[in-house]
Design a binder for this molecule. Structure first.
Ligand code: HSE
Length: 437
């Protein structure tokens, strides 16, 4: 049988890894795919002269990615450039040229996936994107195929390796935020714009994709709430530990009676949960299905060969399905395109969670009563509380509270009233909590 011909866009961290893995495991991959898989054309910009990545030797390399996309010999375009543009134009052109597409581009799929899948559907080509979520963990395949019998109830995941690496190093080694971020960048984990990692944008892209394939809804990135880790302080990490919790940056999506929760934020989770012990650049995704119960998927969430592992698996999947009837392929978003649901995405004010709160209060009689009085009036129940002795020469004391579940709207009101008290100085730190039970 003719080899399957791949056009590779991008020879950076993931593109280089893909070329290397395709070459190293060439025979094994051919045995799996039933045909050889060969890169026949590649595009890369700013490659230092003589620095051809292993696996790409002897392959024509152009600076113009459109040459690859327009090359009539190419069967599958593998887009590993990242970013919105020109990735979007390249992918749309590849589809129009009747080529199948494999991409690791979560930003592209989260924002433009609806339009891309619809064009691909019309053209009868496949767009595979396993590497877009959680690097090397085959989480798309697990949800879309392995859990296809289930009504998915919720997903909670550590889906940004850079953020998890930073939180872990800060907690275990007391390293500074900036220092760890610089290391994550040097290791090729971080996004081109690292604020995407630390402000939750990258995790929101990935969560948007997970929610779509879990609940059969269109991709709705603009409805995803995203809060990053840049305001997490060592004090909160240490208080959380005293209460038996760890702070993790989670993406959470949940089906409720009134709509879908879609939110990314730092979260206190009980330290006895397996997912609380996922450290460094590792990712983990917890998926709760009604039939299977909770299932946990763990692995490297970023990096050259872990991400290439997912890219190459997609190439093999596409190679195997090349001759199949387009109507009988696994749908891009797991559900048949005509059967997507229009469930609303809840606003954050309607989401109910428990809270960790830390405030600085004046060290004088009656202050605690004022604070707890506000919670009492608004029907917010306190689950645990700690007040530390003031440091020498300090006139304020840190008060840390854990609450029972309450709607965010109610908590916003309580915090506005507490912050307005004379006895409370500065903003109240709030971190949402999840039991993940
Ligand atoms: N910047 C991403 C991360 C890369 O750190 O998880 C993998 O998507």
């Amino acid at each position: 049988m003719e080899p399957v011909k791949v056009g590779l866009l991008g020879l950076g961290t993931v593109g280089g890894g893909t070329a290397r893995v395709l070459q190293r495991n060439f025979d094994e991959i051919a045995r799996r795919a039933g045909r050889e898989i060969r890169i026949v054309h590649a595009a890369a910009r700013d490659l230092p002269p003589g620095q051809i990545p292993e696996g790409a030797e002897g392959i024509p390399i152009t600076e113009d990615a459109f040459e690859v996309v327009n090359n009539p010999d190419v069967d599958i375009v593998v887009e590993l450039i990242g970013g919105y543009s020109p990735a979007r134009e390249l992918v749309m052109r590849a589809i129009a040229n009747d080529k199948h597409v494999v991409t690791a581009n979560k930003a592209l799929i989260a924002l433009y996936g609806n339009e891309i899948f619809s064009a691909a559907q019309e053209q009868g080509v496949m767009v595979a994107f396993e590497a877009a979520v959680a690097g090397g963990i085959p989480i798309i395949k697990a949800i879309r195929e392995g859990l296809a019998a289930n009504r998915i109830e919720w997903i909670a995941g550590i889906i940004n390796g850079t953020g998890n690496f930073i939180l872990t190093e800060m907690r275990d080694k007391g390293r500074s935020f900036g220092d760890v971020l610089a290391e994550a960048q040097a290791l090729g984990y971080a996004e081109a714009d690292p604020t995407f990692d630390v402000e939750g944008v990258d995790a929101a892209h990935k969560l948007t994709i997970l929610a779509a394939i879990a609940f059969g809804i269109p991709l709705k990135y603009d409805r995803c709430y995203a809060e990053g880790i840049s305001r997490i302080s060592p004090e909160d990490v240490s208080y959380a530990q005293e209460f038996g919790y760890r702070i993790k940056h989670l993406g959470i999506t949940r089906r409720t009676g009134s709509g879908i929760e879609l939110r990314v934020h730092p979260t206190l989770i009980p330290q006895k949960r397996l997912i609380a012990n996922v450290n460094g650049v590792m990712n983990a995704v917890l998926v709760k299905g009604d039939a299977v119960g909770p299932t946990l998927y763990y692995g490297a969430g970023a990096g050259s060969e872990p991400t290439a592992s997912a890219v190459v698996a997609d190439i093999i999947d596409v190679a195997r399905a090349l001759t199949s009837d387009p109507e009988n392929r696994v749908p891009h978003l797991a559900f048949q395109p005509g059967s997507l649901a229009d469930l609303p995405i809840l606003s954050m004010e309607d989401v109910e969670t428990s809270y960790y709160l830390r405030m600085n209060a004046a060290d004088r009689p009656g202050v605690l009563a004022e604070v707890t009085g506000i919670f009492g009036k608004l029907g917010i129940s306190i689950e645990a509380m700690k007040q530390k002795q003031p440091a020498e020469d300090e006139t304020t004391v840190p008060i840390v509270l854990l609450t029972h579940k309450v709607a965010e709207r109610q908590m916003n009101e309580a915090l506005a009233r507490i912050e307005a008290l004379d006895a409370v100085s500065g903003p109240v730190v709030r971190i949402r909590m999840e039991s993940l039970g």
